[in-house]
Design a binder for this molecule. Sequence first.
Ligand code: NDP
Ligand code: A1CAB
Length: 281
Amino acid sequence: MKVGFIGTGSMGSLLIYALIQSGALEPRQIAASNRTPSKVSQLSLRYPGLHESQSNRETVIRSNIIFLCVKPLEFRHVIDDILPVVNSNHIIVSITSPVQLRHLESSLPCKVSKVIPSVTHQVGSGASLFIHGERMTAEDRSLLEGLMSHIGKPYQVDEACTRITSDFSSCGPAFISFFLEQWIESAVRLTGIKRADACALAGEMLLGTGKLLTEGGYTPQELQARVAVPGGITAQALALLRNNLDGVFDSLIHTTHEKYDEDLVKLDEVFRASEINRQQY
Ligand SMILES: NC(=O)C1=CN([C@@H]2O[C@H](COP(=O)(O)OP(=O)(O)OC[C@H]3O[C@@H](n4cnc5c(N)ncnc54)[C@H](OP(=O)(O)O)[C@@H]3O)[C@@H](O)[C@H]2O)C=CC1
Ligand SMILES: O=C(O)[C@@H]1CCC=N1
């Protein structure tokens, strides 16, 4: 299997790192290209054998599976660029949520899937979300899921649920880290605890909580009930959180969905505009 990456920014380079580190891929199985070539040069120095492509087309020509790791509004440009060298056997994967399967299937003559990864794959953890296109055979699906299963847990989701599922698996690490940052800063300011100690304790706590929710059979409600003895300290603090955060998560979901919808409108325009004279595959 040969795997290509177009875009080696934050997520492209993280996926390359995680897939090599986990043993899923050897560097010689990878080809990569990036708008700013020096980012790929650095990767090829770090992972001898990784092929530093001189163009996005070269990445496609050398690969069976190609991950497009660019931002949503850069997709159209990348697709127009690689189109002449894409054939029906290629599997092209979008890692970004607002680009729809219909955008990809109408503009590419190959198999397509969406795989929304998570920063948690850097440590071989977290969920990756799969939305397969119709041209993906059962074998193609298990090839792609098998690859990603080395660095996270594959979950199949409906395209209509892409945003909310990505909110948890991909945006979630940032949301929870925001919560922890605020808590840690207050702790340092009010109690004098060392920031490093508070960070370490918070991380261990989050890891253990995650295990209780995934392996321990707890729901979030059950965990709260288990810790918060009636009339105790935790129960009092939970009551405060309940009052102060009332409505916050509804607003959070509205915010992520509004931004997604904005991107989707722009993508519909961009894909429609340049498809007027193009054959539909
Ligand atoms: N960060 C995260 O946790 C997650 C991100 N994603 C998605 O991944 C996508 C990429 O995000 P992220 O990696 O953070 O963004 P970055 O900006 O870090 O990376 C994007 C990369 O794409 C490159 N690029 C842009 N245009 C082209 C082109 N025409 N040809 C080749 N390379 C190009 C850029 O090159 P240059 O060096 O010139 O800027 C840059 O290195 C986003 O759509 C995001 O939604 C999905 C899940 C999680
Ligand atoms: O495309 C997305 O929505 C992902 C989730 C986190 C960042 N980008």
